[in-house]
Ligand binder design. Structure first.
Ligand SMILES: [Zn+2]
Length: 512
């Protein structure tokens, strides 16, 4: 199911579209130079096998073909090599780390469990998971040693810096041979969030990629302004990404990569939810989708962002990222049907948690607020897409429920839910984030704060809402959630009652 940010049509700017940003043409893959034809050059032994990993071709036709190696089926660390071919396909040179063909026993003297314990002890900080040790050949020194590679995940000594430590231990002596962390903390210069810290992966000595091992291996790739075909994983030589300007293709990628990580962290740290899928898996983010595409969407498994009007206003801001990925959370919990009032609740859920992600990130360049899409200038007039404190300010949003709310586009009927949430969190009337009007003759609401309001909404979403929940039912379910979390008829419970009444959603719940 595709869930987009904006109502189709209303947010699209059809006139005066500029041509797409020129996609760099990918070099055609050269014919692989076969290692079996150059066994001596690559120090091949009888038990070796090779797999093609990557190949690049220079403008002059010179090719560089990269291979990995196994020995009796075991992965060989440091066994990789590159064959450099002339434009005619002849071998010019080989880059090989091995000093001689491998020859060793592959029967370990130590059990895998000892490697596991050693690796865990080698980790500084809080361990969250220890992977199964993999029997490998460590040939990083040029000669082969039978070893175990164990991956230990957790947080560093500061309790906040994610770590994914690979520990290589000698499979015969038990000694630690080496260790490295695959969570690289890099600096990215985003379009909307300033200079941010992102997690990348070191691919080789001079190459990093936008793959985030600290957030379930979420990746960010370039659609090259097409709507189909290969999405090219972003790579970079110096691990400093983007410039902040949209003319640099990495800048929007930084926003998306950052947004995916912050969304993952928000759900994990707030609700113990292991990412959108709640299985520890990260989200692939695809940027530079289509030509002047003024929308962003979640398709059930990945995020996609257009570059906006004129390909100069990519839809990659933090709240948009949080909004879209929250559709994934809804899909895996209440699965609110995307039409009628349930559709409005679905959209409201995304606006609510997109906003909460923005507050959670505490980024001074894109500080938390109750505006949706205020950074992306989607309508070209500098105004946000939606206003949670007063949904009518966008011209079409519904701020007070009525019997016709179910008939409007879900991006407008969501206003009732957004307005409720704002009242519950911040209160009605004048607040630091805007003035929330009351519907009808409702009495003023005193907010209970964002943290409690979000906890109630998430509890209702994950525990009580079903695919057909409407606003009246949502009132009852959020009261059930408030009861579970804070008790019946306490301050929070009463605030939920008043906040719904303030948006004209009444219920059958008895007054406290
Ligand atoms: Zn949406």
């Amino acid at each position: 199911m595709k869930r987009s940010l904006a109502a189709v049509g209303s947010a699209l700017l059809m006139g005066g579209l500029l041509a797409g940003v020129g996609a760099t043409s990918a070099a055609a893959a050269p014919d692989p130079l076969s290692p079996s034809a150059h066994r001596a050059a690559v120090k091949a032994g009888a038990a070796d096998a090779f797999a093609l990993k990557a190949s690049v071709k220079d403008a002059d036709g010179t090719s560089h073909v990269r291979y990995t190696r196994t020995y009796e089926g075991l992965r060989v660390l440091g066994g990789d090599f590159v064959l450099h071919g002339t434009k005619d396909g002849a071998l010019r040179q080989a880059s090989v780390g091995l000093a001689a063909p491998l020859s060793l026993s592959t029967t370990p003297k130590r059990a895998a469990a000892t490697a596991s314990a050693t690796a865990k002890a080698h980790f500084t900080g809080t361990v969250s998971a220890v992977g199964a040790p993999e029997l490998v050949v460590d040939a990083t020194s040029g000669t082969g040693t039978l070893a175990y590679e164990t991956v230990v995940e957790g947080f560093g000594a500061d309790g906040q810096t994610p770590s994914k430590l690979h520990v290589v231990t000698d499979a015969n002596t038990g000694a630690v041979l080496s260790s490295w962390d695959t969570v690289e903390t890099a600096t990215g210069n985003s379009v909307y969030s300033g200079a941010v810290s992102i997690n990348t992966t070191q691919v080789s000595t001079s190459s990093f990629s936008l793959k985030d091992a600290a957030h379930g291996n979420g990746t960010t790739c370039d659609m090259n302004n097409k709507t189909s075909g290969t999405c090219t994983l972003f790579t970079d030589a110096d691990n400093v990404w983007g410039t902040g300007a949209t003319s640099n293709r990495q800048s929007a990628a930084v926003d998306a990569h950052y947004g995916a990580a912050k969304t993952y962290d928000y759900y994990n740290s707030t609700f113990g939810r292991k990412g959108i899928f709640n299985n520890g898996t990260g989200v692939p983010s695809r940027v530079h989708y289509g030509n002047a595409y003024v929308n962003a969407f979640w398709d059930g498994s990945s995020m996609t962002y257009g570059d906006g009007s004129g390909n100069t206003r990519p839809l990659v801001s933090l709240d948009v990222a949080g909004h879209e990925m929250s559709h994934g959370v809804t899909e895996r919990t209440a699965n609110l049907t995307y039409s009628g009032e349930s559709g409005g609740l679905n959209e409201a859920t995304s606006d609510i948690f997109g906003t909460m992600v923005e507050f959670y990130a505490a980024n001074s360049t894109d500080a938390g607020d109750y505006l949706v899409g205020e950074k992306i200038n989607i309508n070209g007039n500098g105004k946000p897409l939606r206003y949670m404190y007063n949904p009518t300010l966008d011209g079409k949003g519904i701020g007070c429920w009525s019997s016709t709310t179910k008939n409007v586009d879900v991006h407008y009927s969501s206003g009732v839910g957004n307005h409720f949430f704002f009242n519950l969190a911040e209160g009605s009337g004048a607040t630091a984030y805007g003035t929330s009007p009351l519907c009808g003759s409702a009495t003023a609401v005193t907010g209970i704060g964002r943290t409690k309001a979000a906890a109630i909404w998430y509890r209702a979403l994950s525990t009580y809402f079903t695919s057909s929940t409407n606003y009246k039912a949502a009132r009852g379910y959020t009261l059930s959630a408030a009861t579970d979390l804070y008790g019946r008829c306490g301050t929070e419970y009463k605030a939920v009652q008043k906040a719904w009444t303030a948006v004209n959603v009444t219920g059958t719940d008895a007054a406290c």
